[in-house]
Design a protein around this ligand. Structure first.
Ligand SMILES: Cc1cc2nc3c(=O)[nH]c(=O)nc-3n(C[C@H](O)[C@H](O)[C@H](O)COP(=O)(O)OP(=O)(O)OC[C@H]3O[C@@H](n4cnc5c(N)ncnc54)[C@H](O)[C@@H]3O)c2cc1C
Ligand code: FES
Length: 338
């Protein structure tokens, strides 16, 4: 319901409710939607006047069945009947079938994996990399070039780069890899040395293009990271590519053999992976920032569905923080992992 209520006109410059944020709802034209590996696709969206964004920020995607191929706003209007509620009457009731229709009722969050801006035309190309696991991602997989979807963003607070950092260690697992590509691009622009640790269950679930031999040492063998001069070290749970084991073990072993003074760890992936990354970083006395992927509904601080327990250094007690609005990026020492 909330997502439907948030249906506002295309290219709203900014929505209220999030401090200092410049965000809006945009009609996004599908420029490409192609398979990268098993169950994972790259969706490239052409969007007019998309506000500035940072790695770690995300968009909320609304994808309806039969996505429209004309660019009118009506074409992406919800497939649900209008709900009228007259003052003084009982509120409308929703029942299972209303909520479990063919279309996803709520938007779904996806990290920005990259963007390219054309300052002349005002168009940006936004990359999303997604794994097909349910209703929205199933519909996204059916999108064809020329179709239109609605995105809301950019949302949340992205990664900040500490001034004193000498090296950035990027740790991405599964669908946590996409924001690391965008971060690698920013780090290259800011001339910060970076190294990416990539983890997946097995080789065919790595949503990246492997272009060279994968060994046990970091190498420029992944197209998406090599484009930003970022070597990668790959780990798979079953050993089908790169180092056998969890990506956190690869991070630990690398840091123990080559202690990276002045390094900062940035991570995104499944919660157990981020918790383990935080532990490794703490053992090595390295600062660590995680982009959390809590399940979300509104994505903008209204529904309170994405809380985490948070206790910053020095605080006596913990408080709840909203992953969507206060995060998704947090200093891992402030998180009380569940
Ligand atoms: C900030 C953020 C960034 C994200 N970035 C990406 C991304 O770049 N690429 C990507 O593929 N996915 C990303 N995700 C996860 C993505 O939002 C979910 O996979 C998506 O909601 C699935 O939608 P669906 O309708 O296809 O599946 P649904 O039908 O909604 O769900 C299918 C199953 O997945 C479970 N599920 C849904 N969301 C999550 C979640 N966040 N964590 C654990 N289980 C979940 C559901 O409980 C259900 O069992 C991100 C999530 C967050 C919060
Ligand atoms: S998803 Fe609604 S408050 Fe965070």
């Amino acid at each position: 319901m909330l997502a439907r209520m948030m249906q506002v006109s295309e290219n709203v410059a900014s929505l209220t409710g999030q401090a200092g944020a410049n965000r809006g709802q945009f009609l996004a034209h599908v420029a490409a939607n192609r398979e990268i590996c098993r169950e994972h696709l790259l969706l490239q969206l052409r969007v007019s006047h998309f506000p500035p964004s940072e790695p770690g920020q995300f968009v909320q995607v609304l994808c309806e069945p039969n996505a429209a191929s004309d660019a009118s706003e009506a074409a992406i209007a919800p497939a649900y009947p209008e709900v009228c509620w007259e003052a003084g009457t009982a509120p409308p009731m929703f029942h299972g079938p209303d909520l479990l229709g063919a279309a996803p009722y709520l938007r779904r969050p996806f990290s920005i994996a990259g963007r390219r801006d054309d300052t002349v035309s005002g168009y940006s190309e936004i990359d999303l990399i997604y794994r097909v696991i349910g209703k929205t991602t199933g519909l996204m997989a059916q999108l064809a070039v020329g179709d239109n979807i609605s995105i809301l963003g950019p949302l949340g607070h992205g990664f900040s780069l500490p001034q004193e950092m000498t090296t950035a260690l990027l740790v991405g697992g599964g669908v946590g890899i996409p924001p690391m590509i965008y971060l690698a691009e920013k780090l290259r622009r800011q001339k910060v040395k970076a190294l990416a640790f990539i983890g997946a269950q097995r080789a065919n679930l790595i949503p990246l293009h492997i272009t060279g031999t994968v060994g046990l040492e970091p190498a420029l063998n992944v197209r998406e990271f090599a484009a930003f001069d970022t070597p990668t070290l790959i780990a798979t749970d079953d050993g089908s590519l790169g180092q056998k084991g969890f990506v956190t073990q690869a991070l630990q072993q690398y840091c123990q053999s080559k202690p990276p003074n002045g390094a900062v760890v940035f991570c995104c992936g499944p919660t157990p992976m981020m918790r383990a990354t935080a532990l490794v970083a703490a053992e090595l006395h390295l600062p660590c920032y995680a982009s959390l992927e809590q399940p979300m509904a509104c994505g903008m601080g209204t529904c309170q569905s994405c809380v985490i327990k948070y206790r910053p250094a020095g605080a006596e007690d913990w408080v709840y923080k909203l992953t969507c609005k206060d995060g998704p990026v947090f200093n891992t020492t402030d998180i009380l992992w569940q």
